[in-house]
Design a protein around this ligand. Structure first.
Ligand code: F0G
Length: 351
């Protein structure tokens, strides 16, 4: 039996009247995992990981893209266009392919993970690489969107944010109640906005009796919200969140303040250490940006700012396979040995 598509499952909260959503790639329905071993390491009994890497293109972007592209088709768009640090372009390319629409993506030169580039290319998107960063690319897309008949599918499109609210719905459905805290990486700041709106909508609909504290984490080299000013030349190993002037800046601050939460920075080394710990202790391989959530929670737990019995959900926004270079750099080279049992026994060493 076919699984019920995400937009149908939450139709009462998302749909306008009888509108149809013919395009779906099987997005959503991602696992919420009780991370016992990682939790023990962090001193948290109720740490959960929401692994968005199991979405069709390997990131949370598919939740909003499915709604944005369905509506672009209904509105008669002739093409879709976006700026991206990688995941949005991979998602846009896939959903545009399924809709039979051309897809144009603007990417910052040299800073998009290989897996994400491959995804956009193989789905037939037209890539424009610009000599500038994500913020410059998004500015250009805003202007082009005003001129032409292409639908902008960045998170400045409210359908993207609305679709991404479904992650919050799923978290409440899985736990039976909203958790006390939800931690997320913050880049363009659409996803923290979407989660807060989603938890709020669920509470208003009577499906949750409380809303969580929103904990957002930026990379230290790309932390405009933490600093309170745009960052001209953002830099971080977490290329997905290498953003100096987030589009949903004010909304993210509202999510932080209304929820009694925070937005803080974590160093690249903490991000990479968290990425490694998540996969070594829980078997879940996420990309560096995703691990900023766990890196931030680790900091708060160490400082006694999260209680041991508090329920905390860390959203792991994208799959580690998208960016193998970020980890291979640390693994060094693997040298072959002779294919003989004695040599292999020696290489294995003690069990
Ligand atoms: N994690 C991953 C894996 C991302 O790709 C992004 C954003 C974020 C976190 C941050 O989410 O922007 O809503 O605050 N990626 C965008 C892109 C910018 O182009 O793929 P945000």
């Amino acid at each position: 039996m076919l699984a019920e598509p995400l937009l149908e499952r939450y139709r009462d909260l998302l749909a306008r009247g009888a509108e149809a959503f013919p395009i779906t790639l099987g997005e959503g329905g991602t696992p919420l995992i009780h991370a016992r071993r990682l939790g023990a390491e962090l001193g948290l009994e109720r740490l959960y990981l929401k692994f968005e890497g199991t979405n069709p293109t390997g990131s949370f972007k598919d939740r909003g893209m499915v709604l944005a592209v369905n509506r672009a088709v209904t509105a008669g768009a002739r093409a879709v266009i976006c700026a991206s640090t990688g995941n949005t372009s991979a998602s846009a390319a896939a959903y545009a392919a399924a809709a039979g629409l051309p897809c144009h993506v603007l990417l910052p030169a040299g800073k998009v993970a290989r897996g994400k580039l491959a995804q956009a290319l193989v789905a037939g998107a037209r890539l424009v690489i610009i000599d500038g960063n994500f913020d410059t690319a998004l500015d250009a897309v805003r202007r082009l969107g005003e001129e032409g008949s292409a639908a902008v599918v960045n998170s400045i499109n409210p359908d993207r944010i609305a679709g991404q609210e479904t992650a919050a719905f799923e978290i409440v459905d899985a736990l039976g109640e909203a958790p006390e805290s939800v931690a997320l990486p913050v880049g363009n700041a659409g996803n923290i906005t979407a989660h807060w709106q989603g938890f709020s909508r669920y509470a208003r609909a009577g499906r949750a009796s409380r809303r969580p504290r929103m904990l957002g984490f930026q990379a230290a080299g790309a932390a405009p919200i933490v600093r309170g000013a745009p960052v001209e030349a953002p830099e971080t190993v977490a290329t997905a969140i290498r953003i100096g002037n987030p589009a949903s800046w004010r909304l993210a601050e509202a999510a932080r303040d209304e929820s009694g939460g925070l937005i803080e920075a974590v160093e690249d080394e903490e991000i990479l250490a968290a990425q490694r710990d998540i996969v070594r202790l829980e078997g879940i391989f996420c990309e560096p940006a995703s691990a900023a959530s766990v890196a931030g929670v680790r900091r708060l737990a160490r400082a006694g700012r999260i209680h041991r019995s508090e329920s905390v959900v860390c959203v792991l926004t994208g799959h580690g396979l998208k960016d193998p270079d970020a980890v291979q750099a640390e693994e060094g080279t693997l040298n072959p040995i002779p294919a003989r049992l004695d040599a292999i026994r020696d290489a294995i060493g003690a069990w």
